[in-house]
Write a protein that binds this ligand. Structure first.
Ligand SMILES: Nc1ncnc2c1ncn2[C@@H]1O[C@H](COP(=O)(O)OP(=O)(O)O)[C@@H](O)[C@H]1O
Ligand SMILES: [Mg+2]
Length: 510
């Protein structure tokens, strides 16, 4: 840096305009910060989303902006959140140190790791903390002029963070800034904020390829380093959802955590449509009772023996907090009668066998379930094994539900993936919530359960798994083909020992 440039930079920091200096921010960063600054200058409350890929310089640019506002507006209060306390310090400390090196001594703020603050001599302060429970309380307070949500696409509870922080802007008319690479699932509330801001215009997307600080060779260097770190070839890396998301800043479900990675755009195109039922089918219903506030979820589908496929034809999602079991049963009945003309619910199921009863130890309670006089449809209803509700459904409301085992969840979810890959699982296009969850449901870090988002908990994917694991694939519901009586008689006359007449007459196993 020349002397003149250093003087200009020092002056820039004094008046809080240093972000405009080319040694502080690159052109892409400056263009964005200019927009933020214009919004501050209007004095109106506003929010912005920067969906930028990794390494583009989100944290750097926004922290530079914050440090400038601290100089420009004595007494300003800024709250900066990052995912965890650790990641927060790891971002803020080196960035602050690098930026403040260019500041004149007398205005340079001090950083306290203990308090999580950067305090300027003029009384301005930036409070920084993780959104994890340990530190989050630091960010509370009566007011703030700028709320910065770094890595916000990864917060476990973005909406709770917003609810706690954004009221602090009520009197100051400040800005809320979301900046992050995209979430691992489109179900994360960040994706909603992103879409809303894209529509309103307070939005920007930038990839590592857009950053003026990187040459082609630099980006190749980043690619090589990431490929090595992840144990992938460069081609594998560039084809991965990780690269697509983190560096190209596109919102795609992270394949390594997706519940149904087989559910690609191609699968969707092949398997979603206005499917109609064949003349002969076995209807199935699967139910997942909502616990702790999750919805009661239900899927309606059928096994099409001729096509060796399952078709999901309808879905239901009811708020468990306000829907009594009896009401749920009534709505299920209504839907079954609408779909399949069912008109009797007597706690019976035409597809329930003695094996089912034995397996589930149901002889006492569910003896009525298996009955020769059961309505033809649905062939089976299956539901969550632990839930008392499914028992009540049967005993009190006549809607018999066989408990579906839940162990080996991952294994059975893989079966669903396999059905998708083999193009044997069709979804009617009216099942919009199921389709949304098929795309967005993620495993948690330990792959034991679905990752919870505030919108979804994969309940319909659970229903889908229950249904798929209970389909009786060998059950052919089609009537036997017409028998050639003449041939049968001729065969009967010449019958030797061991000829199975049932087979000849087209008898089908039940
Ligand atoms: N304008 C800049 N000048 C110099 N270094 C920068 C600039 N912007 C970002 N950096 C550096 O580039 C790297 C990536 O920036 P960072 O803000 O951490 O990116 P992101 O938050 O988008 O992942 C960091 O090492 C940061 O210090
Ligand atoms: Mg960052």
């Amino acid at each position: 840096m020349t002397d003149a440039s250093a003087i200009a930079l020092a002056e820039g920091w004094r008046c809080g305009e240093a972000w405009r200096h080319p040694d502080v921010c690159d052109p892409l960063q400056r263009a964005w910060l200019r927009r933020l600054r214009e919004a501050v200058d209007t004095g109106k409350r506003a929010s912005f989303v920067a969906r930028w890929g990794r390494q583009v310089g989100k944290s750097w640019a926004h922290i530079a902006f914050a440090l400038c506002e601290m100089q420009r507006r004595p007494g300003v209060i800024i709250r900066y959140a990052a995912l965890t306390g650790k990641s927060c310090l790891a971002i803020v400390k080196p960035t602050f140190e690098a930026l403040s090196a260019g500041m004149p001594e007398e205005i340079r703020p001090t950083l306290s790791e203990q308090k999580g603050t950067i305090t300027a001599p003029n009384g301005s302060v930036m409070v920084f903390a993780g959104t994890d429970a340990e530190q989050f309380d630091r960010l509370r307070g009566p007011r703030a002029h700028l709320i910065m949500l770094d890595e916000s696409a990864f917060y476990a509870e973005l909406e709770r963070v917003e609810a706690a922080l954004t009221p602090q802007l009520n009197t100051t008319h400040g800005l809320t800034l979301y900046f992050s690479s995209p979430p691992e699932s489109p179900a994360h509330p960040f994706a909603k904020r992103d879409a809303a801001h894209q529509a309103s215009g307070n939005w920007s997307k930038a990839t590592v390829y857009d950053s003026p600080r990187y040459s082609t060779e630099d980006v190749e260097g980043i690619e090589a380093a990431e490929a090595q770190r992840l144990g992938m070839s460069r081609a594998e890396l560039l084809a991965s959802t990780y690269w697509e998301r983190e560096y190209r800043a596109n919102i795609v479900t992270e394949e390594t955590r997706a519940a149904l990675p087989a559910w690609t755009d191609e699968a969707h195109a092949a398997l979603v449509g206005e499917w109609v039922r064949p003349a002969h089918f076995d209807a199935y219903v699967s139910l997942d009772p909502g616990k702790t506030g999750d919805p009661h979820a239900t899927l309606f589908g059928f096994h099409d023996f001729a096509r060796n496929a399952v078709v999901i034809e309808d879905e239901l999602e009811l708020r468990s907090a306000t829907t009594h079991i009896g009401a749920w049963a009534d709505i299920v009945k209504e839907r079954e009668s609408l779909l399949w003309g069912v008109n009797r619910w007597e706690g019976t199921l035409s597809g329930a066998t003695h094996e089912h009863l034995k397996k589930h130890n149901l002889d006492e309670k569910f003896l009525r379930v298996h009955s020769e006089v059961a309505p033809r449809q649905p062939f089976l209803r299956v539901g969550d094994e632990d839930a008392r509700v499914t028992v009540d459904m049967a005993l009190q409301h006549g809607v018999a539900v066989l408990p579906s085992e839940r162990h080996d969840k991952a294994l059975w979810v893989d079966t669903v993936n396999q059905l998708i890959r083999e193009r044997r699982l069709y979804i009617h296009k009216r099942c919009v919530r199921l389709l949304e969850q098929m795309r967005s449901t993620l495993w948690n870090r330990t792959r034991s359960q679905w990752e919870r988002t505030d919108k979804d908990h994969g309940d319909l994917v659970d229903c889908l798994t229950y249904m798929c694991r209970n389909i009786q694939w060998h059950h052919d519901c089609r009537p036997p083909p017409p028998v050639d009586r003449g041939l049968a008689q001729a065969m009967a006359m010449t019958k030797g020992p061991g000829v199975d007449f049932g087979l000849l007459l087209g008898r089908r196993s039940r």
